[in-house]
Write a protein that binds this ligand. Structure first.
Ligand code: SF4
Ligand code: SF4
Length: 268
């Protein structure tokens, strides 16, 4: 799934994990930070966790300050993009990332998945461990990007590890899988508004999901192991994974969630 759109020429080369390319990005390139303008960056669940923690915000505050809602094409699923700002320049009217500064990215260590992949795009069908062979990549070859003129050689696998995107993909794997599977639904199979809201809450508003699990009738309706409850109380990644497992059950009736006796639940 490519989450970075722009007037870029996407090179029609299908790359695998061992494909090689030459590339280097550093503050000395003439195009430094050009790629942080006029783009559309869809955020993943783990992007939100990293960024909100970096900025010491709640997920609700981060969503309000730094994101815009968008409907994901062909799925009807609600996602968010980074909210870009107008750039005040005499020569051009452009939109810039709220985190870009003259000397680089303000949140570099916690930058989103898409920024880590760049200059690659990912067209994965799945990031799950058993999905080897399903994932593939391509170049987002924007004319202003001079990094391809540099001499450092990478395989795609090395690039993903170097940029830390392998960890993002591992944590987001179930989410990517849900989105990809929803995309293959026939168009007449629509989700209810309630299911879309649940998808949004688990994907992006973990603080609210935590309140939902521990402060609503959730635990009266579902059987949840005490050890799991303890874990998700204190660990956001575990909470996210738990939430994604629940979404999978809601959407596809898979994943082993158990309703308590006498509990009724509407279908998506
Ligand atoms: S988050 Fe950082 S790397 Fe990504 S577009 Fe913004 S400034 Fe650039
Ligand atoms: S446009 Fe390319 S080389 Fe220039 S800063 Fe962005 S990624 Fe680096």
């Amino acid at each position: 799934m490519n989450t970075k759109d722009k007037m870029a020429s996407v090179e029609p080369v299908r790359l695998g994990p061992e494909s090689t390319f030459k590339f280097k990005c550093h503050p000395g390139v003439a195009c430094f930070t050009e790629c942080c303008r006029d783009i559309n960056i869809i955020l993943t669940p783990y992007d939100i966790i990293r960024l909100k923690n970096r900025l010491d915000l709640s997920s609700e505050e981060f969503l309000a300050l730094y994101t815009e809602p968008q409907m994901l094409e062909k799925t009807g699923l609600p996602v968010v993009t980074l909210k870009f700002l107008n750039e005040n320049r005499k020569d051009a009217e452009r939109k810039m990332c709220p985190f870009v500064r003259e000397n680089g990215c303000l949140v570099y260590d916690d930058r989103p998945t898409t920024c880590r992949y760049y200059p690659l795009g990912v067209a994965s069908l799945s990031h799950k461990e058993d999905a080897d062979g399903d994932e593939f990549y391509f170049f987002v070859h924007e004319p202003h990007c001079l990094g391809f003129k540099e001499n450092k050689l990478w395989t795609v696998r090395e690039w993903r590890k170097d940029q830390g995107v392998d960890i993002h993909d591992e944590i987001n794997a179930e989410w990517t899988d849900l989105v990809v599977r929803k995309r293959s639904f026939p168009p007449n199979m629509q989700l209810t508004e309630q299911t879309k809201q649940m998808f949004f809450m688990v994907s992006y508003n973990l603080d609210k999901f935590s309140e939902f699990v521990f402060g609503s009738t959730f635990l009266q309706r579902y059987e949840v192991d005490a050890a799991i409850l303890e874990e998700i109380k204190n660990d956001e990644i575990a909470l996210l994974k738990f939430g994604l497992k629940w979404l999978k059950w809601l959407l596809f009736k898979e994943g082993g969630f158990k309703l308590k006796a006498d509990t009724q639940i509407a279908t998506p």
